[in-house]
Design a protein around this ligand. Sequence first.
Ligand SMILES: O=C[C@H](O)[C@H](O)COP(=O)(O)O
Ligand SMILES: C=C(OP(=O)(O)O)C(=O)O
Ligand SMILES: [Mn+2]
Length: 461
Amino acid sequence: MSTTLDPTSIDTAAPASTTGLRWPDLPAAQQPTWPQDGSLERVRETLAGLPPLVFAGECDVLRDRLSDAAQGKAFLLQGGDCAEMFESATADNIRDRIKTLLQMAAVLTYGASTPVIKLGRIAGQYAKPRSKDTETRGDVTLPAYRGDMVNDFAFSPEARRPDPDRLVRAYHTSAATLNLVRAFTTGGFADLRHVHEWNRGFIANAAYARYESMARDIDRAMKFMVACGVDFESTPLSAVELFSSHEALLLDYERPLTRIDSRTGNPYAVSGHFVWVGERTRQLDGAHLDFVSRIHNPVGVKLGPTVDPDEVLRIIDKVDPERQPGRLTFITRMGAGTIRDALPRLVEKVTASGAQVVWVCDPMHGNTFESASGYKTREFDDVVDEVRGFFEVHQALGTVPGGIHVELTGNDVTECLGGSEKILDGDLEKRYETACDPRLNHQQSLELAFLTAEMLTARSS
Ligand SMILES: O=C[C@H](O)[C@H](O)COP(=O)(O)O
Ligand SMILES: C=C(OP(=O)(O)O)C(=O)O
Ligand SMILES: [Mn+2]
């Protein structure tokens, strides 16, 4: 479907930035210090010769789905690891993450009474921006871990040395992951009847009894569908769409994996269906925003509590000048204590400008703190409260809450505090397995889905 990118074409596909420079020459924040031995250039050439991981047509389908989310006709569930790791790309881990997303999506579909768009932070989420360039343990200071695409999590000088060959390994691990995602989502595993049975298993635990009535309502709806003769073997009840996404952080990975779509002649990132620019790299005259402004995928931009509303308008002008519905998603990550104050002025200004973006709530990144025992963690109640604040703000303004963006795993980890399982600080050491930020475990993820579904139901009734 696509040809390898002529490196000059993407540079001319959109106007130069306000500085007059084009993205290869613009400053790019949060890039690793790669070795200066020619290995990076060799790796970029290798990547440029590899097949696309996703197809432009699939990205267009996702953009259409997101256009529905912008108008309240669909709801986005975006979720997965903070940092995927090569060694965690096992069949069991991938299956359990997909299972968690499918279970959440079933509950949210019921709550929203609209389709739920399933978008994994998966098959490419291998690079991390960091607050500090180094990490110190005792009297040893080493380069920070920047994701498996850059260096290794182990705390030794060899492990932490950036290695360009990891970019190629990230590509192949993403390919293997996507292959399994496609099999799991189309091969019968995603049948709504299984998903509903899994959710019944979750509710069977007394800790989650408060969600029983919603599960019973879903049960009745399923029986009604059977009585009406609905064929569960047919799509979309047995095969689902699950799209991939990651932060477009490492331009040495993204640039060689940008290709010209043979149908339209437009450039697309073929490393994932949706890519986003993070809070630390969204400088208006930086390389990241310039890069996403030139590709035709649906793209996201994270917005933290300090963002200036006028800056947000300039981001729209740069990334979505044609105001194409579904093209631009703003993923706000304000913090539970801040969202009710900080979000309204952004939404008001953007709405007044006539832009139609998808507003998505990331209730994770504004709620991170260090626990007394020294773990980077988040309180489940803060996560829920930020989602609640997000719904309140949109309700008050008459605008559309388009979705949620969550760091989660299908595994039974102990990384975030609270939830009905009541994970305490003393429990964190038991199964703290994340390579970067704390994720909701399987149970906490489902609980968040039920609570969000209640908010969605309250809104639509
Ligand atoms: O998701 C990622 C983190 O929020 C980001 O990498 C910063 O983490 P740090 O403060 O531990 O570096
Ligand atoms: C780094 C992340 O988020 P943010 O850019 O919002 O801090 C992330 O999504 O893991
Ligand atoms: Mn994170």
